[in-house]
Design a protein around this ligand. Structure first.
Ligand code: B3K
Ligand code: ZN
Length: 876
């Protein structure tokens, strides 16, 4: 594991124009023959050797222009093929043959087999596990791929691009040839072969081109792909309308695979998905699953332009495709569903995942400067914070100029491997703005703090804001310079309308955006007859930590009056957070405290407000999670106190809103057949939020048990089951429900993942023992990433109380599992290990225990580069 640095980037010595590949699949092995048409790059010295990347490869043949190369001309190692004395100028053909073992590939990178299906995952560096190649994103080539396999084992043979030829071969075998006319880096290569079912459909693009759509699944599961197909077609339409982007091949296929390291992969024309982001129906999937499928389908499809047509020059530019594509999928969901609800959900995700990352030892900038293992940088900083940066550009430019910048980007860089600078330059030109200061957002890590003080002068009729930004963490490495922070705002009058002001001076203000560009600036609004309520950072216009001098009273007033729905939510949720923080502090000091009834009342009245979208009400009612509360406290955290405080609040609100919540459950009930539409999902979300308050308020599992028994869809069933086992873990009703759930769904892999996960999430120390039992359950396996994430991942990242048990046993158990997982699948191990990232913020005893486990891991001789990188950085 060497350190790779952005500053060391230089282009490859050779270029590859085209790749003609034949992959012959057999039981137990595969033969790969790849003919590379390549050339020395102009300016490369004629004596420079060609060094192709490999990873656990065995070379079986090598030829130059059709003639086998003598042994002294090359050196083949598992991780590198070095060839000397290649032609000084002009194209040549290199034929490289390797033999690989997909069945033995437990890392699930390269070509592997999942439930009998041959499939590939090449991003970031998996292609080098298939054949020797220049495995870097700035080497773009056109691919023609021939796949051969036994006709019975693999009636379906797929690769990127358009179908070219197919036909029979001797001995019951057959072949198919695929042609991808768009030059691409090898990380976008894909191959799938197997006995698959398909759901077919079609799409006509804006310019009238016919596209054949297909979603391939394991046998018998294709009916469950219909929502995914619908989401795909909506994504295609949306990208035409919103960004003018049409699809460009004759076919677009998605394959759902059960063993997959992450969510999905945007291979050109042939996306490969973790089946959890494809397969859905009312009986097995929750509303959250439906929303997740819609998002991931859209995300991978949008990559066709932001990722495939325009790719990244090097892996440091990862946010160029990922941040931008997350921004695009968030916009899609906002347009398809409710914009404020989507914004609230995205901000909650950002705070739950990216903020702790940015505030702990795994902190890195959106564009990292160095890495040991690139797969560890597919992080929420690159993805979610990366999306926030794109959103800030839109806020700074306004929607029209932002679109012009995107148009320029597509036009100028189509077919290229670009950089963040290339991207930013398009907006500078199209928007006629200087974004050089804005670039700091890409290179300075950490969450800036934005402090806002306001002073109203009645005599002068002015409101003066003093705005200050501060960035502390990451300072040593990157320096800290003030950034350009766009702050959307409004001055809310007594009747809940935005007041207009007559004059403004100080920092630059454009429309409803203040541009803070210095460490500290003032803004003075004049001509204000009475004191407005300041609604600041509307729609969360910048990813900062906001500290304002607003009072509790101001917040509760804003929660009622602010015309900006996001900030109404923000105001109340900040009150709730402050109260939870206070309650936690008094719980850890052992003193009893009462939850502020005003806050409970405010929550109950939002719940009862029939003018509000049910899903928005559900969002408001959903309290911050325990790790979010812990993050707000920041140091010396006692997770048991956090848990107690959060439960006290649930109970207090449940008691205060007893009638309202019961009435809501009845009002939101729906006899119509299941629909995944956002309106129906919103009603279920509100009803299920109410269920938890009713059950906790009444200290009675019976209501949840009844809902569990009567439920006609997975959302209602799983919500009831979670309330039962989280709040009444010992109750017979809970034990029975868990067993019934198992009996009903034990044949369904995706539902069994839920069954493992909800048990791993039960917030009490005893969950460790439960999880250790589940480890020996016949359905548990360490070789399927989804199952590992469901049990070990949920325990480590989704269960503050049990993972951070005071005796350190939670850490030790996860540490042992990490070693076992690492031997099979380093990427999954590394991902699970990030659960330790906040270890320094716990109280001393836990801190010491976590450190001991991490040090134990660090002292292991045979850790993968992936896991070692996370462990070392966590200890740093
Ligand atoms: N680009 C892939 C992620 C690849 C992860 C490699 N370790 C999926 C996505 O972001 O769309
Ligand atoms: Zn992506």
């Amino acid at each position: 594991g060497q350190i790779i640095r952005l500053e060391d980037y230089r282009p490859s010595d050779f270029v590859i124009h085209r790749v003609d590949m034949t992959v012959r699949l057999f039981e137990g092995f595969a033969e790969v023959s790849s003919k590379l048409t390549m050339e020395r790059r102009a300016g490369t010295s004629p004596s420079t050797a060609l060094v192709l990347d490999g990873d656990e490869l065995t070379l079986t043949a090598l030829a130059l222009n059709g003639t086998p190369l003598p042994a002294e001309r090359y050196a083949a190692k598992a991780d590198e093929l070095r060839i000397e004395e290649l032609p000084a100028a002009g194209p040549f053909e290199l034929t490289v043959e390797t033999r690989i073992a997909p069945e033995a590939n437990t890392k699930l990178m390269g070509l592997y087999r999942s439930n009998g299906i041959w499939c590939t995952q090449c991003e970031a560096e998996g292609f080098r596990r298939i054949t020797y190649y220049l495995d870097r994103p700035d080497v773009l080539a056109v691919f023609r791929v021939r796949v051969e396999a036994d006709r019975r084992a693999a009636p379906i043979l797929l690769s990127n691009g358009n179908p070219a030829e197919k036909g029979p071969l001797a001995e019951g075998r057959h072949f198919a040839v695929w042609d991808d006319p768009f030059p691409k880096p090898c990380y976008l290569f894909a191959l799938v072969a197997g006995d698959l079912d398909a759901l077919h459909d079609s799409f006509v693009t804006a310019s009238g081109r016919d596209v054949a759509l297909a979603i391939y699944t394991e046998k018998g599961l294709s009916p469950r792909a219909s929502y995914a197909m619908d989401a795909l077609k909506r994504s295609m339409t949306w990208d035409e309308r919103r960004f003018g982007r049409e699809y460009d091949l004759d076919v677009f296929s998605i394959v759902a695979i059960s063993d997959f390291n992450m969510g999905a992969m945007e291979n050109k024309g042939l996306n490969v998905f973790n089946h959890r982001y494809v397969l859905l129906d009312a009986d097995t999937a929750t509303d959250a699953d439906y929303a997740g499928v819609e998002t991931v389908i859209a995300h991978e499809y949008f990559h066709n332009w932001t990722g495939d047509r325009i790719t990244c020059r090097d892996w440091f530019q990862l946010c160029l495709k990922e941040g931008l594509t997350v921004f695009r999928d968030q916009e899609f969901s906002a347009d398809e569903r409710s914009r404020p609800v989507k914004r609230i959900a995205s901000v909650r995700t950002l705070k739950a995942h990216q903020y702790p990352e940015d505030q702990g030892p795994l902190q890195h900038s959106v564009r990292p400067h160095e890495y040991r293992e690139i797969n560890n940088f597919y992080t929420s900083t690159v993805y979610e914070k990366g999306a926030e940066l794109v959103r800030m550009i839109e806020t700074i430019l306004g929607r029209t100029r932002f679109r012009a910048g995107m148009d320029l980007y597509f036009e100028r860089h189509d077919g290229e491997a670009a950089t963040v600078e290339d991207f930013i330059r398009c907006f500078e030109e199209a928007g006629e703005v200087d974004l050089s200061q804005f670039m700091l957002w890409y290179d300075q890590a950490g969450t800036p703090t934005l402090t806002v003080e306001s002073a109203f002068d009645a005599k002068a009729a002015t409101l003066t804001l003093t705005l200050r930004q501060e960035l502390t963490r990451g300072a040593a490495k990157t320096g800290i310079e003030p950034m350009h922070i766009p702050i959307r705002f409004g001055l809310v009058g007594p009747n809940g309308e935005d007041m207009s002001f007559e004059t403004v001076s100080g920092a630059k203000v454009e429309g409803d955006v203040i541009h803070l560009t210095r460490r500290e600036e003032r803004v003075v609004f004049g001509g204000l007859g009475n004191r407005p309520l300041l609604s600041i950072l509307r729609d969360f216009s910048a990813p900062v930590t906001l500290i304002s001098d607003e009072t509790e009273q101001d917040r509760l007033a804003l929660a009622r009056l602010d015309p900006n729905p996001f900030n109404r939510w923000r105001a109340l949720s900040d009150s709730v957070s402050a109260e939870l923080k206070r309650a936690t502090e008094s719980a850890s000091s052992g003193s009893a405290s009462r939850i502020n009834p005003d806050i409970c009342e405010a929550l109950v009245s939002v719940a009862a407000d029939g003018r509000l979208d049910p899903e928005l009400r559900a969002q408001t009612l959903s309290l911050p999670g325990e790790s979010e509360i812990a993050r707000l406290i920041g140091e010396n955290i006692d997770p048991d106190a956090v848990h107690a405080a959060r439960n006290d609040m649930l109970r207090a609100v449940g008691e205060a809103g007893r009638e309202v919540f019961s009435a809501l459950r009845a009002e939101m009930a729906n006899d119509a057949p299941f629909s995944p539409a956002p309106e129906s999902a919103g009603r279920r979300a509100l009803a299920n939020a109410a269920l938890e308050y009713v059950a906790v308020g009444a200290k009675d599992p019976a209501i949840a048990a009844r809902q569990f028994a009567a439920a006609r869809n997975m959302t209602d069933r799983l919500s009831a089951l979670s309330v039962l086992i989280n709040h009444f873990p010992e109750a017979p009703a809970s034990v029975d429900a868990l067993a019934l759930f198992y009996e009903r769904h034990k044949g369904d892999t995706l539902v069994m993942d839920k069954w493992f996960a909800i048990q791993a999430a039960v917030p009490r120390p005893e969950t460790l023992e439960a999880v250790r039992q589940l480890e020996s359950h016949p359905l548990f396996t360490l070789t399927t990433p989804n199952r590992v994430r469901a049990l070990v991942g949920t325990f480590a990242s989704g269960n503050q109380v049990a993972f951070n048990r005071a005796d350190g046993d939670g850490y030790r158990w996860v540490g042992r599992k990490l070693l076992e997982i690492d031997r099979l699948n380093p990427q999954v191990a590394a991902r699970v290990a990030t659960a330790f990232r906040s270890w320094r913020s716990f109280e001393a005893k836990r801190r010491a225990a976590a450190q001991a486990t991490l040090e134990d891991l660090a002292n292991q001789p045979n850790l993968s580069v992936d896991l070692r990188d996370i462990v070392d950085r966590s200890l740093r």
